[in-house]
Design a protein around this ligand. Structure first.
Ligand SMILES: Nc1ncnc2c1ncn2[C@@H]1O[C@H](COP(=O)(O)OP(=O)(O)OP(=O)(O)O)[C@@H](O)[C@H]1O
Ligand SMILES: [Mg+2]
Length: 305
């Protein structure tokens, strides 16, 4: 089986700067991989290496089984790319802009209107791009990346500038492409929205990969506590605390809510006890660590350089 994306000990130096430093990973068809990391962590450089816009200083990149930086660039037709900052000619209309990119990619004409419709831009197809809002330009960028139904989508901070509703629509679009077997790699600083949308998260720091896995896998690796919040009748918090045995770290939020942070082992033991008929609470919420907490954890754990 050919992995759509293969990186093998890839390095990219710019003078003394190691923008990418020994990164390896493979992505399968239908995966949605999120690249996260601080500013300057190497996300954009990694995407450029996958596109063949930059060559590795060492190591190997293979996209759909081919070197994307090879002189014979047939593989690039199958790669869709949304750059970090999209800029279009302001005097062209949305439709003309897409037509331009279809020609550039050697694709078949037609279909531009269907793409604009899919991205919710049909009403503005004949308007000059210079009059588009930021979110509209971003969607046009995405439409441009989707030309020719690429098998791999490389999206550099695609949700920047999108309002919450458009973000939801964007992730719904990704799910459609994913269901069709497209491999998607996106970089993002919006950690919370990746939960439930990325099948896998790769954390970069200083050009190195410091963690890689699904949200569940990262949670298991990090072994961070789960926050358990218990609610009882008004004024019942002291009774609840006594029943819990006043464990260290217990927090009383108000007269009827208390919280504890439970390690993975304590969580199971606690839930068994909480299932008893004498448990004095009315409601229970469990909040596993979010991606922002996991991210902070892995950065704090990284080896000193
Ligand atoms: N063409 C270049 N010439 C010199 N240095 C570069 C070049 N491209 C990237 N770098 C450096 O490589 C490092 C990684 O940059 P990169 O743009 O990949 O980071 P990033 O993770 O995309 O950051 P951001 O979140 O700010 O977009 C930075 O230190 C950057 O200054
Ligand atoms: Mg970047």
């Amino acid at each position: 089986m050919i992995f759509p994306i293969v990186l093998d000990e890839v390095e990219r130096h710019y003078g003394p700067v190691k923008a990418v430093d020994g990164v390896s990973f493979c992505a399968q068809a239908g995966e949605v991989v999120a690249l996260v990391g601080h500013n300057g962590a190497g996300k954009t450089t990694l995407i450029k290496l996958m596109l063949g816009l930059a060559r590795p200083s060492a190591g190997r990149v293979a996209m759909l089984g081919q070197d994307p930086a090879d002189g014979d660039v047939s593989v690039r037709k199958h790669l869709g790319y949304l750059p970090e900052t999209v800029s279009f000619h302001p005097a062209l209309t949305g439709r003309e802009t897409l037509r331009f990119y279809v020609r550039l990619k050697g694709g078949r004409r037609g279909g531009e209107d269907a793409l604009l419709e899919r991205l919710g831009l049909a009403h503005a197809a004949g308007r000059r791009v210079g009059t588009y809002s930021k979110g509209m330009r971003q969607r046009l960028g995405l439409a441009q990346a989707m030309i020719g139904e690429p098998r791999v989508m490389l999206l550099d901070e695609p949700t920047t500038g999108l309002d919450p509703e458009l973000r939801q629509q964007f992730y719904a679009l990704l799910r459609e492409m994913q269901a069709g077997g497209t491999t998607i790699l996106l970089s993002s600083h919006a950690l919370n929205e990746l939960e439930g949308n990325a099948t896998r998260v790769v954390i970069l720091d200083g050009g190195r990969k410091i963690a890689d896995g699904s949200l569940d896998e990262l949670r298991r690796m990090a072994r961070l506590p789960t926050r358990i919040r218990l609610r009882t009748a008004d004024g019942g918090a002291p009774r609840l605390r006594a029943w819990m045995g006043e464990p260290p770290g217990l927090r009383q939020i108000n007269g009827h809510i208390v919280e504890i942070d439970a390690s993975p082992e304590d969580k199971a033991a606690f839930l068994r006890r909480a299932a008893g008929a004498d448990a004095p609470f009315e409601d229970l919420d469990m909040m596993p660590p979010g991606l922002d907490e996991l991210y902070a954890h892995f950065l704090a754990q990284r080896a000193p350089r």
